[in-house]
Write a protein that binds this ligand. Structure first.
Ligand code: SF4
Ligand code: SF4
Length: 128
């Protein structure tokens, strides 16, 4: 399950390491944007450990959002042009045998690349 962590202070603390040690959960970092004052981190966490991991991050002062649908497509707007297929770094989109475009949202790391590439504005990122 995908989870977004926002850290607004103390970015030099090893927050992820602390949570892994605290919970014993194997957490995969999908994407991390961190500067001197804040950070946004997208994580892959086993579904049965989400609540435990979220609580541990909150104890470290981070805000947490569990992403039920990391990327959302408006099927009324999608024309199955395929423009999103090649530009997604984690292969969320693919052609079906009938040339319709399928998506596996569970892979999405919320990089945002497909949002601007879609000519019909059919895609948006789930926000907190
Ligand atoms: S780029 Fe947009 S319109 Fe084209 S297949 Fe992807 S979601 Fe659909
Ligand atoms: S935001 Fe779009 S391009 Fe980026 S990982 Fe998700 S589906 Fe792929």
């Amino acid at each position: 399950m995908k989870m977004v962590i926002h850290i607004s202070s103390a970015v030099h603390d090893p927050v992820i390491a602390k949570v892994i040690l605290d919970t014993g959960v194997a957490i995969n970092v999908d994407r991390a944007d961190i500067d001197a004052t804040s950070g946004e981190i997208v994580l892959e966490v086993p579904a049965d450990a989400c609540a435990r991991v979220a609580s541990a991050f909150e104890r470290e002062g981070a805000s947490v959002s569990v992403l039920e649908h990391p990327i959302i497509r408006d099927d009324d707007e999608c024309v199955h042009c395929g423009a999103c297929i090649g530009i997604c770094p984690v292969a969320v989109f693919s052609f079906e045998p009938d040339w319709s475009v399928a998506m596996d949202e569970s892979k999405c790391i919320q990089c945002g690349t497909c949002i601007t590439a879609c000519p019909h504005g059919a895609l948006k990122i789930e926000s907190e």
